[in-house]
Ligand binder design. Structure first.
Ligand SMILES: Nc1ncnc2c1ncn2[C@@H]1O[C@H](COP(=O)(O)OP(=O)(O)OP(=O)(O)O)[C@@H](O)[C@H]1O
Ligand SMILES: [Mg+2]
Length: 387
């Protein structure tokens, strides 16, 4: 296995996700899924592995929606995928074809849907899925990576109302066609996109029929196995390979992305590889101005997705939590932030703590105290904020 930090992985190189994938298949038998995680945790790799190694009798259509800007472009992707699949079996999309004839659009084979049918995107999408469900037995799973990005693009390029319509249409399709399942994932949280839509009057809960599953870092055993596999693949020897692999896995909190990065850098060190070198590499990257580990988004995301008052509170809370090794209760946080009044301020703090939880910055302990969810990110925060 070779290092590949951030690139596309072959399904066999996706390490330590078998149990999670088994669970996801199980959930998909009954309902659709929202797959959430910190950036670079391995969501896309999981989705692609599921598409490459589907369960028997299940069809998985994987699509990265990042570059799409209109509902028609989206429907076109779905249409092309379904058409390619059905044509392999000599089937055609009869409902779509009849509808296209009615509205004067030519039948489309391998070409993009014409702009003239743009007002009918909902009908075409519905008929496409109906045609598919008629010809295909078993579950029909659409894995849509970066769907929050597409919704954001649609919101900017068209309007909030159109983005809401897309979400509502997908929800109603999930209700209408019992064999259709969707997996939503992406590098920005869907909750941020929905929160923005709610500010403009969107009242629906478009994913409350879906199961939300969070992707965590690897467990220690899988992280060790990934580190060993990469060390061997890159022919990197330490004094003791097992000790070196353990040092790598623990130094990066078992994040697979950083395991790839550290071993990629170790390749270029000429002296004997030691745990001390591993720690040096991690430390240097936590302070790296060039942001090669893509850590700057932890700070930038707050400016992009939190409102003005939330930003100040979020930064205050994270600074306090970064500077202490013990979990802090809500009361302790309020004291440290110098917030005395019970009322609006307290509600704001609670709201921001919830947001920070959903964005994987903090987690709440069984005794109610808050702390950084990942020690590595806490170290980064502390260093980058000069705390
Ligand atoms: N299970 C895994 N086994 C080995 N390496 C992994 C695994 N998961 C992630 N990686 C490493 O992390 C990188 C990022 O993975 P991936 O693109 O799947 O993450 P992501 O969660 O989709 O990221 P983003 O939020 O940026 O879309 C991969 O290129 C690879 O280097
Ligand atoms: Mg991804």
């Amino acid at each position: 296995m070779r290092t590949n930090p951030g690139g596309q992985l072959a399904p066999r190189d996706v390490v330590g996700r078998d149990r999670l994938i088994e669970k996801l298949w199980h959930i998909l038998e009954r309902q659709s899924l929202v797959l959430t995680a910190e950036r670079r945790m391995g969501k896309t790799s999981i989705l692609k592995k599921m598409a490459a190694e589907p369960k028997k009798g299940v069809r998985v259509f994987f699509r990265d929606l990042e570059a799409l800007r209109t509902p028609l472009e989206f429907v076109d992707c779905v249409y092309q995928d379904v058409q390619a699949d059905l044509s392999l079996k000599g089937r055609t999309l009869n409902r779509v074809r009849q509808f296209m004839e009615q509205v004067g659009g030519a039948e489309v084979k391998g070409f993009k849907l014409p702009q003239t049918v743009a007002p009918h995107w909902k009908t075409i999408l519905t008929k496409t899925l109906e045609d598919l469900a008629e010809h295909q037995e078993g579950l029909l799973i659409f894995g849509w990576d970066e769907i929050p990005m597409m919704l954001d693009n649609i919101k900017r390029g068209q309007s909030e109302a159109v983005a809401m319509e897309v979400l509502d249409t997908l929800r109603s399709l999930r209700q209408m066609i019992p064999t259709v399942r969707m997996i939503f994932t992406g590098s920005i949280g869907l909750h941020h996109v929905i929160a923005r839509l709610k500010e403009t009057g969107y009242a629906n809960a478009p994913t409350n029929d879906m199961f939300t599953e969070d992707v965590s870092p690897l467990d220690l055993e899988a992280a060790l196995s990934l580190a060993m596999g990469l060390l061997q693949g890159e022919q990197i020897r330490g004094e003791d390979d097992t000790v070196l692999a353990a040092a790598i896995a623990t130094a990066v909190d078992c994040f697979p992305y950083y395991i790839h990065h550290v071993i990629d850098e170790l390749r270029w060190t000429t002296t004997t590889r030691t745990p001390e070198q591993v720690n040096k590499i991690v430390q240097a990257n936590l302070c790296d101005e060039a942001n090669r580990w893509d850590l700057a988004h932890y700070r930038e995301r707050i400016d992009t997705y939190y409102s003005g008052a939330e930003q100040t509170l979020a930064l205050g809370i994270l600074d306090e939590l970064a500077a202490t090794d013990l979990p802090l209760s809500q009361r302790e946080l309020l004291d440290r932030l110098n917030i005395q009044s019970i009322g609006q301020d307290l509600e704001q703090v609670r709201k921001v703590l919830k947001l920070l939880g959903r964005d994987h910055y903090v987690s709440q302990q069984p005794d109610g105290g808050y702390q950084f969810r990942f020690g590595l990110i806490q170290r980064y925060w502390k260093l980058s904020r000069g705390l």
